[in-house]
Design a protein around this ligand. Sequence first.
Ligand SMILES: [Zn+2]
Length: 94
Amino acid sequence: MARLRLAYTFGSRLHLPLRGGTPSFGMRPMSRDRRQKRDLHALNDEGMVLCNPRDREAAHRAKMEGIATEDRAAVTCRKCLSLLYERDKVRNEG
Ligand SMILES: [Zn+2]
């Protein structure tokens, strides 16, 4: 009996730039990360989370948990980033 072993692993490793001193926790299986690294959200002028501007609770929690920043270079939330980008566009055009 011949045993065939298919050992194909597709090189789908993502190279994400890691900023900050986040320790990497080794190799993880390719599954949905439930406990992903937290995104950093941007705050708007009112101190609300940019991608969730109506939720005061979210803003409060974001501040408490340190997942909101006014430093837009540190923002990692894609939604916030695109919103920041949109705001810039509006400002530049206006
Ligand atoms: Zn966000």
